[in-house]
Every structure is written in C-alpha cells, then in structure tokens.
Write a protein that binds this ligand. Structure first.
Ligand code: CP
Ligand code: NVA
Length: 302
C-alpha cells in the first residue's frame, strides 16, 4: 500500500517520533557535509496552485540532497489548467514520477489526487491543513524545549490551515494548545472535536492575553491567508488586537519562544521587535522544513 501525507494524522505518534529522529540525523549529517543518495533515481513532481518560498525550496533542495530530482509544475502551464481532470493527471503522473507534492487551493483536490495516484501524495498546504509545516514546528519545539508533552502552545490570530494542523497534532504530541481567534475566524470545529475525543487539552477563546498566559510557545500566522486577499481590509480591522507584540509577550512564560510559519507581515500579526528578538525561533523553524521533509520523503519513498 502506498502511503500519503495529506493530513498530520496520516502518521502515528510512533512514526512522528521516528520522523523527527531521522530529521535530526539528516540535519547533523548535512552540517558535516554528508549526503547519502538514498533517493537516487527518484523524482518528486511538485504542483503549486499558490505561491511558495519555503515549501518549494525545501522540497527541491531536499530531493537534490537525497540524490533525487524535483520537478516544479505550475498548473497554469499544465493541461490541468485547461481542464484535464485531477484523476487523469494523477494516473499519468504516477507513470512518470515517484511521488507528488501539491499545494492546492482546495483540500478536496489533494484528496482526489491521492485517491487516484498510485504513488505517495504530500499535502504542501491546502485551505484546510498544512501538515509539513507542523512537522517542522514540532521538530523546532523539540530542539528548543526538549519535549512536546504538556508544552503549552498559544495560537494567536486566524484559525487557519496551520492552526488546524496544530490542533490535530496534539493527538500525537501531547501539547496543550490555547487558541485566541475572533469568533468568525475559528479553526475547524470537526478537528477540535476529533482532538478532544482523543483527550487533547484545547482551549478555544477570543482573548489573546488569556491564551498566552503561561505559554511556553507563542505562535501566529498571517491574518490574510492565500485565497482571502479580497477580505484584507475587513480582516485587518477584526484582527487588530491579535498582534504578537512585546506587550503580549510579557504574559507568556519568561523563556517562551515565538514561532511563525512565515511569510510574516511585519507590523500586522507580529512586530519587528518580536520577530527579530532572541525569543524568535522562526529561522530555525523555516530551516527545519528541509530536514523534516527529507525525513518524510525517505519514509514515503526509500
Ligand atoms: N511556511 C510556508 O509554507 O512558506 P511558503 O508559503 O513560502 O512555502
Ligand atoms: N496560512 C498561510 C500559510 C502560508 C504558508 C496561508 O495559507 O496563506
């Protein structure tokens, strides 16, 4: 059976532990210049319906460093953009490449691709989830706090795709997540229920101060995710009080770290002062995309 990575819950708690361990080994090997070609002759097809800096570069460099090859595919240049069915694209790509990574407008497209491809499909962000990001976030939390169990994570801002994957990830990590979102921008209720059924400690509210109180980690993301640009004015109005700034950080634990998946909108969801402070681990977080996705590719392809 081929394996996909469409949701963060496509791996078990045990597999997550193995992935992080492999990612840490690969990070150390890279540091000393060791690049075993585990994926020689393997090709990753990467379909991007939306912009990307980190996801594209980390997957492309990752495949190269593992001895394989990555193909950047813009759907506008593919027949997909002229109406070729996703299921037909899935079948054809299965004959050429070893795995597909897709960044899609709709989560439905990722699921359809996975259902019809004979090869592993990786979700490189959809409107519903961003599981690769959360893998890197977990690795970063492990590096800085040396555990995930009972780590208190505050999410401040939009209840978006990254927030949704964070919620589901609590089932695997034992992290305690406290969310502050405006009522009309709450995360997936279904995911909240799924996590709570598994015993996750989740608090969903509207008050950023309450969410960050005693937090070990303060996380945020853009107020305007890709695909919501036309709502920018309204969102900036509603999210005004959901900014991660120095004042808000005084309510977190004294050693709390700050995380942001990037790209950041400085002066909106996070201030320069905070993102450039020594509490910010955002650059480690971005780098870890590379290591953890290489580990993921090995799991799916080696
Ligand atoms: N965090 C993240 O996925 O960044 P990109 O949109 O640049 O890929
Ligand atoms: N929530 C953001 C994440 C970007 C990496 C978006 O979907 O645009």
């Amino acid at each position: 059976m081929k394996k996909d990575f469409v949701s963060i819950l496509d791996i078990s708690r045990e597999e997550l532990g193995e992935l992080i361990a492999t990612a840490r080994r690969l990070k150390e090997e890279r540091r000393v210049g060791v690049f075993p070609p585990h994926l020689s002759q393997k090709t990753l097809g990467m379909i991007f319906e939306k912009s990307s800096t980190r996801t594209r570069i980390s997957f492309e460099v990752g495949m190269y460093e593992l001895g394989g090859y990555a193909l950047f595919l813009n759907p506008k240049d593919m027949q997909l953009g002229r109406g070729e069915a996703i299921r037909d694209t899935a079948r054809v790509m299965s004959r050429f490449v070893s795995a597909i990574m897709i960044r899609a407008n709709s989560h439905q497209s990722v699921m359809e691709l996975a259902a019809h491809a004979d090869i592993p499909v990786i979700n490189g962000l959809s409107d519903l989830e961003h599981p690769c990001q959360i893998l890197a976030d977990i690795m970063t939390i492990m590096e800085h706090l040396h555990r995930t169990e009972k780590v208190r994570v505050a999410w401040v801002g939009d209840g978006n795709n990254v927030c949704n994957s964070l919620i589901l990830s609590t089932i695997l990590t034992g992290m305690e997540v406290s969310i502050a979102c405006p009522p009309q921008y709450q995360p997936s209720l279904e995911f909240i229920k799924t996590a709570q059924k598994e015993g996750a400690l989740l608090t969903i509210g509207e008050d950023p101060l309450a969410a960050v109180r005693n937090a070990d980690v303060v996380m945020t993301d853009t107020w305007v995710s890709m695909g919501h640009e036309e709502e920018t004015k309204e969102r900036e109005r509603v999210f005004g009080r959901y900014q991660v700034n120095a004042d808000l950080m005084t309510h977190a634990k004294p050693g709390a770290i700050v995380m942001h998946c990037l790209p950041a909108h400085r002066g909106y969801e996070i201030t320069d002062e905070v993102i450039d402070s020594n509490r910010s681990v955002v650059w480690d977080q971005a780098e870890n995309r590379l290591h953890v996705q290489k580990a993921l590719l090995l799991r799916l392809l080696a």
